[in-house]
Design a protein. Structure first.
Length: 251
């Protein structure tokens, strides 16, 4: 079987985007890592939120080998993934006013914590209000979004603002509006989205920067090991005990 030309084109597109965010977002990644490290050092807690497919990058840094034990998923029922039925309900909930405030009010998030909000378009009510409410509560907000949407689309929030307008730090994924890297003769719709690859890379790079900053402060990063390597369960048990008051995915 011959090599797929389109598969190669997708890899090229993804690699190009990864190079762009590595080079163009380096300062913002470092600032995000420092904010997370400062919160960890000060006894703060870490949360990540994303709706729909944006939630994949948030889940990628929660309770996983090589990740920070005290990164928690701020889940909004019905919008985390395509497991909700019908799947279109999740998209509808992203546009509901007031939902973000109710979620934050019932969450353990408090002043001094860090919340990473991931939204490709950043135009729906849920991520916009999540950022607004979180900052009002005294959280540091890191937004991971495509700034292109704010330049080429209209906000769906009553303020006409986007996620990027309510963040302390913004990480721009550089994803083009529509999130489809390829087109081909005989295929009417553009296809091959790269936002998950790029956004997950931004998240992992940010956590790496946070680990680096913690070491500079003389603090061992609260990392989890794989449970599939010898000693992993014992290591994780110690970390979970040490940071138990800041870990909320166990309760």
């Amino acid at each position: 079987m011959s090599e797929s030309k389109l598969a190669g084109q997708f890899f090229d597109a993804a690699i190009g985007l990864l190079q762009r965010v590595r080079d163009e977002e380096a300062d913002n990644i470092a600032a995000s890592g420092e904010a997370i490290a400062d919160a960890v050092a000060a006894g703060g807690r870490l949360f990540a939120f994303g709706a729909g497919h944006s939630s994949l990058a948030a889940q990628d840094v929660v309770y996983r080998a090589g990740g920070f034990a005290l990164m928690n998923l701020l889940a909004v029922p019905g919008v985390v993934g395509v497991d909700v039925m019908p799947a279109t309900l999740g998209s509808a909930l992203e546009r509901v006013d007031g939902l973000a405030g109710a979620v934050l009010d019932s969450s353990p998030a408090r002043s001094g914590d860090v919340l990473v909000i991931i939204s490709l378009s950043g135009r729906n009510a849920l991520p916009v209000e999540m950022a607004m409410n979180a900052r009002a509560l005294g959280l540091t907000v890191i937004g991971v979004t495509s700034v292109a949407y704010a330049q080429e689309t209209r906000s769906r929030h009553s303020s006409d603002s986007f996620l990027k307008d309510h963040c302390d730090i913004v990480l721009d994924s550089k994803i083009a509006v529509g999130d489809a890297e390829l087109s081909h003769e005989g295929i009417e719709a553009p296809f091959a989205p790269a936002s998950t690859v790029v956004t997950s890379a931004l998240m992992q790079a940010t956590m790496a920067a946070a680990a680096e900053r913690l070491v500079e402060k003389g603090i061992e990063p609260p990392l989890l090991r794989s449970g599939n390597v010898d000693g992993g369960h014992e290591w994780n048990g110690r970390v979970m005990t040490e940071y138990g008051d800041r870990i909320f995915f166990r309760h």
